[in-house]
Design a protein around this ligand. Structure first.
Ligand SMILES: Cc1ncc(COP(=O)(O)O)c(C=O)c1O
Length: 431
């Protein structure tokens, strides 16, 4: 038996044969690494290696792992109740979390619906918009408008507004709702802005507003659809056009929320408020699955205009453990200097990834807040890049042509240098 095999936990063979992983083949499984513990910004693998988590568990673990304040919040809550149904019952963690979210959210948000994952919150947001128009007898408004390269989740309503090329439209052709897709902006900042950026969007909303219930968009950063970053002016124009043509605006802050782009919510950088907003991921500091849909008094009134109710009610709605840890996570964020930390991460990412621009195989390097992206010209070998990063003591999970990182905000400059070093090594390998 090789030393690696000796360190391999005995459950791994069963796991490999029976447990599915995200976007993975069960028949020809890609390598997965077993994690024993996580502490601070480090994952401890079953083979004894300690690696720095460059991914914050897909945007979530903003405070890192095994955080005493978050552990304590869950433990406290566990002793009173871990869960009760939310139909006909309520509890303090949900009320307090809703209050905190509405305090922090862009102006105008008044009501909160708790959902159990980001994708489900997108479904709920879409239902809110559809029911809003139905209740007002505007039965023609049944479609959505979005931009290309978006990602909003893997459930059916959400898949219907993901990028029609890189998303799963071809797999589920004929089964997804039929929506409108405008060109995504290419201007990275307002300094690059020209009015041509909004033309495709304007043309679609002008022509089809009578059929469009809502626009749904990721503010400033398009995540899993390509890690693209765009100018706040685009969002301002989208808001203005939604107002002009009586279309609701859903902002999907699931990835960007809770400071990731440098402001609490990305749409603050455009100075706009949505009609409906989804949050998730970092909401619980990455401890548990929870998402929320926030909306205005006007949308809420509209949904109930015909005396009906919002038709959604998940079993684990407003799970008390998740609400308690979310509240603790937000309090921990607010008690610290998160803005300075995110700004410092941004500067360091800019400085340390800059040399990738000179590499022949690199198409673009972009940074916003605590998000750093190296886009290659060709698709990367995911398994090989993971290995290269692990050898450098870092956990990265590239996809498509993208090598990227969005670390916990508590990462130290020395740890972040290891992450950017691994990204540079991976980019050099992929050239
Ligand atoms: C912008 C955005 N919306 C929605 C989702 C879906 O969230 P979840 O994976 O929690 O269902 C994601 C997840 O990556 C996301 O980045």
């Amino acid at each position: 038996m090789s030393p690696e095999e000796a360190l391999r936990p005995d459950w791994m063979d069963f796991e490999r044969d029976h447990v599915w992983h995200p976007y993975a083949s069960m028949q020809n499984p890609a390598p997965v690494y077993a994690v024993r513990r996580a502490e601070g910004v480090e994952l401890e693998l079953e083979d004894g290696r300690h690696v720095i988590d460059g991914m914050a568990s897909w945007w979530c673990a903003i405070h890192g792992y095994n955080v005493p304040q978050l552990n304590a919040a869950i433990e406290r809550q566990l002793h009173s109740m871990s869960h009760v149904m939310f139909g006909g019952l309520t509890h303090e963690p949900a009320a307090r979390l809703a209050e905190r979210l509405l305090e922090l959210a862009p102006a105008g948000m008044q009501h909160v619906f708790f959902a159990d994952s980001g994708s489900v919150s997108v479904e709920v947001a879409i239902k809110m918009a559809l029911q809003y128009w139905q209740a007002q007898k505007q039965h023609g408004k049944t479609r959505l408008l979005t931009i290309r390269h978006g990602y909003h989740g893997d459930t059916f309503g959400a898949m219907g507004v993901c990028d029609p090329v890189s998303g799963m439209h071809h797999l589920f052709a004929g089964m997804l709702s039929s929506n409108y897709f405008a060109d995504a902006p290419t201007a990275h900042t307002d300094a690059d802005w020209d009015d041509g950026q909004i033309e495709s969007f304007r043309a679609l909303i002008e022509a089809h507003h009578a059929e469009i219930a809502a626009v749904i968009i990721e503010p400033l950063v398009q995540g899993a659809g390509g890690m693209r970053m765009y100018a706040p002016e685009f969002l301002r124009r989208v808001r203005a056009l939604c107002d002009e043509f009586s279309v609701l605006l859903i902002v999907d802050e699931i990835a960007t929320g809770f400071g990731r782009t440098g402001t609490m919510f990305a749409c603050e950088q455009a100075g706009i408020s949505p009609d409906i907003m989804c949050v998730g991921k970092a909401l619980t500091g990455g401890y548990m699955t929870l998402a929320a849909v926030l909306t205005t008094a006007e949308v809420c009134r509209g949904v109930h205009a015909d005396g009906g109710v919002l038709m959604h009610g998940p079993t684990f709605m407003a799970n008390p453990l998740a609400c308690a840890v979310a509240l603790a996570s937000i309090d921990l964020l607010l008690a610290g200097d998160w803005q300075q930390r995110v700004r410092a991460i941004e500067w360091q990412l800019l400085e340390e990834l800059a040399e990738c621009r000179q590499m022949e195989g690199v198409a673009d390097v972009r940074v916003m807040g605590a998000i750093g992206v190296v886009e290659m010209k060709e698709p990367v070998d995911m398994a090989r890049v993971q290995d290269i990063a692990l050898e450098a003591g870092v956990w990265l999970r590239p996809f498509g042509r993208l090598i990227y990182a969005m670390p916990p905000y508590v990462i130290t400059p020395a740890q972040l240098s290891r992450v950017t070093g691994a990204m540079r090594m991976a980019a050099a390998y992929c050239e």
